[in-house]
Ligand binder design. Structure first.
Ligand code: CAO
Length: 415
């Protein structure tokens, strides 16, 4: 079946995580993604966190599906010429080098425009223009600078980073949207453009509700859905809210049966206002449904700690899955805390292609996360990541190089 981005050619100059997640998505939507790597070593993640000797790491394989790999030394004059040919034939160049690296290679925006005025040049950088624009940035730096760390964790502890890679994979997602938007605009303007997704901006975008809360705090001095209310104190900046849901519907993580031995025997429980009476029935506190101290959301806010303690007395008598079954019958919003082991074994995620088993010639079978975005007219087939330089000859031949020319470039160290 045809794919949404069939015919789009991507020169993938990305490495590590942020850029590769972006180009992997584009590949899943059907783009021809040609990953340009340094001969000999390639993307540094090929050998990071290796679990199988001499096999590309899971770090690499899980971020580079459905791509082709060519090795080009872009600092070699002949290698530069090959890259120029690629630039002329691709629609998009995606890169996430340290600031200035592409320019130092000789591929400034002006030069790329000269070679291909229709080319879209998409970049991930740590920061946008400003005091930190020249900084190298990794995931957790972005989480800290984008407002996630200062607002994550518990009030009495230090800032905490999250396991979700909102700085890297989150920014890759933002960049992918920028690229397809620029491709759409190009159909009308016939021109390329620059697309920039700064990791700090991407994280901040995902922390939008915390900037909302900063302004609420400045106006009112208190936020009643935060665990600091009513007994704690609020400072000048949005505090860490523990496991509070942050929205208009209070929630918390509660222990379930077996929590003493299983670190994930917990459930997220939301006391959604429309189902309050049902919650009271389920936990055996029917009187709370009409008691003026508990009957309305406003009355409950100063008592949330005690309310969740009471609900927890009930959840501790059930496993998280038993609690889910019961609560879902009453439309009470809740969610089990799933371990990665449970997710890896989840049959329904495998059926939808969100968890996929892939075979790799060196490492054998492994699990990966498939395309989380499902298009009804553009299905995703996840194919393994390329070996280093696996497609150099194939791509060179497509670019018009003869076998003799390819051999000569190889001898010269250009490819
Ligand atoms: N042939 C020859 N040289 C190549 C090449 C190739 N095919 N591919 C890359 N290089 C060179 C670059 O030109 C650069 O050389 P110079 O420094 O001499 O200009 C060099 O390799 C290193 O590139 P880099 O600075 O991007 O890599 P690094 O490992 O030092 O830094 C990182 C890594 C991620 C901190 C940096 O790339 C960065 O800040 N990127 C932007 C933000 C980002 O995406 N971060 C997410 C990382 S995932 O957590």
């Amino acid at each position: 079946m045809a794919k949404a981005l069939d015919g789009v050619r991507i020169l993938d100059f990305t490495h590590v995580q942020s850029g590769p997640t972006c180009t992997q998505l584009l590949a899943w939507f059907g783009a021809d993604v040609i990953k340009v790597e340094r001969a000999g070593s390639g993307d540094v993640t090929r050998e990071q966190l290796r679990d199988v000797p001499d096999a590309d790491s899971l770090y690499f394989t899980m971020l580079n599906h459905n791509k082709r790999s060519v090795t080009i030394d872009t600092k070699n004059p002949e290698g530069k010429k090959v890259l120029e040919t690629l630039i002329k034939t691709c629609d998009v160049l995606v890169e996430n080098f340290a600031p200035g690296a592409l320019d130092r290679m000789g591929f400034t925006w002006a030069r790329i425009q000269e070679l291909n005025p229709q080319m879209i040049v998409a970049s991930v950088k740590g920061f946008g223009p400003g005091p930190y624009e020249d900084c190298k940035v990794y995931e957790n730096v972005a989480q800290c600078a984008g407002g996630a760390a200062s607002t994550t964790g518990f009030d009495d502890g230090p800032p905490v980073v999250t396991g979700a890679q909102i700085g890297d994979s989150g920014t890759g997602l933002h960049l992918a949207l920028g690229i397809v938007t620029a491709l759409f605009q190009r159909t009308k303007t016939n021109r390329g453009q620059k697309v920039l997704a700064a990791m700090q901006d991407g994280v901040l975008n995902l922390c939008r509700v915390k900037l909302r809360d900063q302004q609420r705090l400045e106006r009112t001095g208190v936020m009643k859905e935060y665990p600091q209310y009513p007994n704690g104190t609020f400072g000048e900046a949005v505090p860490r809210a523990g496991n509070a849901s942050g929205g208009g519907q209070p929630g918390w993580i509660l222990k379930c049966k077996g929590w003493e031995a299983d670190p994930n025997a917990y459930i997220y429980f939301i006391t959604q206002a429309p189902v309050w009476a049902k919650i009271c029935n389920v936990i055996g506190k029917e009187e709370w449904a009409t008691d003026p101290d508990y009957a309305t959301p406003a009355a409950r806010l100063p008592r949330l700690k005690d309310i969740f303690a009471e609900i927890e007395r009930w959840t501790m008598t059930k496993t998280k899955f038993e609690a889910m079954d019961i609560l879902n019958k009453y439309d009470i919003p809740c969610g089990p805390i799933l371990s990665m082991k449970e997710i890896a074994e989840d049959e329904s995620l495998r059926k939808t292609g969100t968890i996929v088993e892939v075979d790799h010639p060196v490492r054998g079978k492994y699990l990966t996360v498939g395309n989380p975005i499902k298009l009804s007219d553009s299905p995703t087939d996840v194919t393994r990541s390329p070996l280093l330089g696996e497609h150099t000859d194939e791509v060179m031949a497509e670019l018009g190089y003869s076998a003799e020319q390819i051999a000569a470039l190889r001898t010269a160290g250009a490819i």
